[in-house]
Write a protein that binds this ligand. Structure first.
Ligand SMILES: NC(=O)c1ccc[n+]([C@@H]2O[C@H](COP(=O)([O-])OP(=O)(O)OC[C@H]3O[C@@H](n4cnc5c(N)ncnc54)[C@H](O)[C@@H]3O)[C@@H](O)[C@H]2O)c1
Length: 357
């Protein structure tokens, strides 16, 4: 590490790397872009020129051998094998969600990370959202909730094009990603079991979109939710009911709608008050979650909205990562949380009526 500046290698330079990680790695003083890796030579060349980076790699193993790389951020499709190799190479790791595709793949990574002494975090950026942090303090003030509700119907992902410049790969052979998806699919089917492998797409939806919500829920209430009930709602939506200690029910509704707005919130109902944390479109910068409160005041009802703080969760995630590497802070989103969320995702799917592949 050079003068307390962490050299970061970016593995997988697609959408999320370009929209959120590269700009903050470039901007924050304790981090720098040391190297880039992608299977698209065209994207590598453009980003290398844009960020002034000469160390460009088509193979992540070559990037991991580069001594100027202290840490990596993993933004490919399939993460597990790269996390394993990065930790083995002595690199600190920030891995985008999901940590892996199955709990079976994730468990050894958690053990490896814990034994390594390296910083290893899952990119659950919503846990660094300043609005969510305010919401957590309000939720804690409620005491034991009467009910919890998590609702995520997402919204249109294709509207941010006007906000950011992005280089899309057009030089990757079509079969490369198809092969990667098929290989991950086979591992998922094995993990869900023959009786539930027919839910592969729903499980993937839960990992890609819903893992944020499972993490947000875990951040507020711990990992002790038992699955009481779960059912599919068509091919791209699910309903589940969890039970938290003390008999607190939690309803989970996750699906992919095409709303023009972003539709995602955590709602907690107490005896005398309610808290709702409404998340903004994850691709918007400077747009933290908004906290709405309903409570008793002067013998009547009072509603107020806390507008949040104009910061970006991805930026705060990187500042926390740097604090962990440079100052020994404890990661707030360790790999163990990513494993807990994969475990819960499998338990939700297995609570559904059987559906063989
Ligand atoms: N935190 C969030 O809100 C958020 C948002 C979007 C995506 N993600 C996660 O980030 C990851 C990437 O998503 P994306 O939307 O950027 O996808 P993407 O397809 O736009 O980008 C993936 C990139 O990885 C490259 N790649 C694939 N395999 C590779 C390999 N073996 N070695 C090197 N490069 C490889 C591809 O060429 C592509 O450029 C996914 O795991 C996704 O779940 C997180």
């Amino acid at each position: 590490m050079n003068d307390k500046v962490i050299g970061v290698g970016v593995i997988g330079c697609g959408e999320i790397a370009q929209l959120m990680h590269l700009p903050y790695l470039d901007e924050l003083p304790s981090l720098r872009i040391a190297a880039l890796c992608d299977i698209s030579a065209g994207v590598l060349e453009k980003l290398g020129a844009q960020y002034g980076v000469d160390a460009l790699y088509a193979d992540y193993r070559a990037l991991l051998a580069d001594p100027s790389v202290d840490a990596v951020v993993i933004c490919t499709y399939d993460h597990g094998e790269i996390v394993q190799a990065a930790l083995a190479a002595g690199k600190h790791v920030l891995v985008e969600k999901p940590l892996a595709f199955t709990p079976e793949e994730a468990r050894p990574l958690v053990e490896q990370a814990e034994a390594s002494g390296l910083v290893a975090m899952v990119g659950y950026m919503k846990l660094y959202d300043p609005g969510y942090e305010i919401g957590l303090s309000k939720i804690a003030a409620i005491g034991k909730p009467r009910a919890i509700r998590v609702h995520d119907f997402a919204g249109r992902f294709d509207r941010y094009g006007a906000l950011y410049t992005q280089h899309r790969a057009s030089d990757i052979p079509a079969d490369v990603m198809a092969t990667a998806r098929a290989a991950a699919g086979a591992r998922i089917d094995a993990s869900l079991g023959a009786s539930h492998a027919g839910y592969r797409d729903l499980y993937l939806m839960l990992l890609m979109l819903g893992s944020h919500d499972l993490a947000v829920l875990r951040g507020a209430f711990g990992r002790d939710g038992k699955v009481l009930y779960a059912q599919p709602v068509g091919g791209d939506q699910l309903l589940a009911v969890l039970d938290y200690p003390g008999g607190v029910p939690c309803t989970l509704e996750i699906g992919v709608a095409k709303y023009e707005w972003w539709d995602e919130y955590l709602e907690v109902h107490g005896d005398k008050d309610e808290v709702r944390v409404t998340f903004q479109n994850p691709y918007w910068r400077h747009a933290s979650a908004i906290v709405s409160l309903k409570e008793e005041a002067d013998g009547g009802e009072s509603s107020r909205t806390l507008p949040g703080i104009p910061d970006t969760s991805f930026r705060r995630e990187w500042k926390h990562f740097a604090d962990c590497v440079l100052n020994g802070a404890r990661p707030r989103t360790p790999l163990s949380g990513g494993l807990a969320d994969l475990d819960l995702a499998v338990r939700i799917i297995r609570a559904m009526p059987p559906k063989p592949a």
